[in-house]
Design a protein around this ligand. Sequence first.
Ligand SMILES: Cc1cc2nc3c(=O)[nH]c(=O)nc-3n(C[C@H](O)[C@H](O)[C@H](O)COP(=O)(O)OP(=O)(O)OC[C@H]3O[C@@H](n4cnc5c(N)ncnc54)[C@H](O)[C@@H]3O)c2cc1C
Length: 388
Amino acid sequence: MNDLGLPPPRWMNPDLALYRDMVRRFVQTEVEPHEERWAQQQHVDRETWQKAGALGLLLADVPEAFGGAGGDFSHMAVLFEELALAGDRAFGVHVHAIAAHYLLNQGTPEQKARYLPQLASGEMIGAIAMSEPAAGSDLQGIRTRALLEDDGQHYRITGSKIFISNGYLADLIVVVARTDPRPEAGSRGLSLFLVETRQVQGFRVGRILDKLGQKGQDTCELYFDDVRVPANGLLGGVEGRGMAHLMSELPYERTMLAVSAQASIERALRLTVEHVKQRKAFGKALIELQNTRFKLAEVKTQAVVGRALVDDCICRLVAGTMDTTTASIAKLWLSEAEGRVIDECLQLFGGYGYMTEYPIARMYADARVQRIYGGTSEIMKEIIARSL
Ligand SMILES: Cc1cc2nc3c(=O)[nH]c(=O)nc-3n(C[C@H](O)[C@H](O)[C@H](O)COP(=O)(O)OP(=O)(O)OC[C@H]3O[C@@H](n4cnc5c(N)ncnc54)[C@H](O)[C@@H]3O)c2cc1C
């Protein structure tokens, strides 16, 4: 049991415990001291990416043959947990890892060999560009167009993207574009492209968007104006597989969001227990009031339930048996629980909870988007309902 009386993650083992110590030291020295500055500049330092890459943290679950650390998802889960336990929501390792997994699982041998080692070392930072002004939950609305030139050697990509995490720093963007514009093609008209952003003509990063929370994360608008991409930049080398590629990586993406949500729940509980033990009202510590005790009992119950769910998902992902429905259930339940828990915890801080110098206030703002990105809660319910 840990300090909150919560069971340790059941997938932990002595090797992972040592790995966690290393990750925690990295977060304490290379992430936490820079959060305020990152929030002001609206992005993480490139140097931080390279330091994480040098330690093998960025693609810990990618085989060594591709520059990864040869571990499995439990290693990535440790990184996501430690970042969330430290209150970080700026370092976009999550999206970077998803971009790498598109390559690992869907890329051609040449694409994997070219990009994965650079993504693993942090020399390249990855992003995924799906959302557009007219296409978020419903990717059928994607208008970005990729047109094959007559000689068959290049595509020309035209369109714009919005809300793209890591958008300012990204060197490699997985872009969803329409290769078949015929209405009857539907989602079979979508393909994924690997766009290198350095020195490419026609590509422009728009504003770093001013968000409610996650201030240090470079979420951007991106513009593609006749961007010329070699034909071998088509992910997997076959047109029309875009939606299938996206669907196949959803369990990974949603599980990682659930892992971060669970760690945030545990952090909120820990911060709040500390606060209510020392804050007094009516001659007593807040923790002695029945309301406080009941609220925190509910929070702890959610933390224990969440831990069981998320541990099950991590084990399934490691075993290769994770499915989209289960991952959607975890994303829905954990992100909703995170919102509920942080709101209840903030209340127990009183006015201090509303002050941004208090971590719980920042957690409140940072957590709100968990119910929106990676598929909204409503879309999760749609997916879960399809399994009935
Ligand atoms: C901080 C941040 C980072 C992001 N990072 C990325 C990124 O890196 N890459 C990327 O491509 N995108 C990213 N996104 C975009 C994100 O994935 C979308 O915002 C999300 O999918 C919702 O799309 P939307 O904003 O267009 O909302 P809409 O799709 O317009 O949805 C509006 C509302 O309608 C509801 N709704 C829609 N369809 C249905 C339905 N069928 N049934 C019931 N309700 C429905 C939604 O649940 C929501 O409540 C990011 C967004 C944010 C805010």
